[in-house]
Design a protein around this ligand. Sequence first.
Ligand code: UTP
Length: 275
Amino acid sequence: MITKCLFPAAGYGTRFLPATKAMPKEMLPILTKPLIQYGVEEAYEAGCDIMAIITGRGKRAITDHFDISYELEHQIQGSPKENLLDEIRVLMDKCTFTYTRQNEMKGLGDAIYKGKVLVGDEQPFGVILADDLCVNADGDGVMSQMIKIYSKYRCSIVAIMEVPLDQVHKYGIISGKEIEDGIYMIEDMVEKPDKAPSNLAIIGRYILTPDIFKIIENTKSGKNGELQITDALLQQAKHGMVLGYKFKGKRFDCGSLDGFVEATNYFYDNLSTKG
Ligand code: UTP
């Protein structure tokens, strides 16, 4: 039922300069795979086959990554290296990739709004921030888990995790009533607070119902002068229902150096073909 997934990928990735001067942050690899490919795989596993990517200036490598590279493929044809492209070939065969640009970095809410032309305003859709890399070794990926919850509650859902209280200023924080084990009906939500209503932090996975676009249109810029998706979601929660879902699995903040190194070590330690 949810077949479209939006990937806001227009940010500058300044924490990774100079690496991100000419290369998109989403193309930084964890071992041999760029961050955005992990995100697309998670969406595909969850049943999505339309991948809508919000890019910006200097992000052309993302578009090229999900396209055929004739020269390269000709070069490795018949060699064992051909297998290295197996996973991405499946994605290219089975999925449609669409793109639009966010011309100015006006915040995640604005980036998601730009995606309206790609995902339409009739069906719910997933949102994945590829720099939040999520894995669940014991079962379904995070987007799959969220789609299951959507089919029961049919409202917008944000993935949440507990963070130490001295870290809450880095996240959007929710508070609300736990209505089922790990599922919260959101009552309040605040972006990067000094004083937080809880330690439940929003991470880069969302399911949004399409009425969010109208709400974003009526949302003013918030923290840091950016259009914050948390402000729009709070309005949606006040006039309807938005859930916070404590996902199963691990999340690496690959937009930060520590998280990026942690993810690299995790994937290297779990590599079956090492050596
Ligand atoms: P970040 O806050 O991590 O920003 O955005 P950033 O610019 O990518 O990284 P730093 O802080 O400069 O190092 C979270 C996600 O939202 C997207 C980013 O691409 C990233 O996936 N985003 C953010 C947009 O697409 N547009 C925006 O205007 C803001």
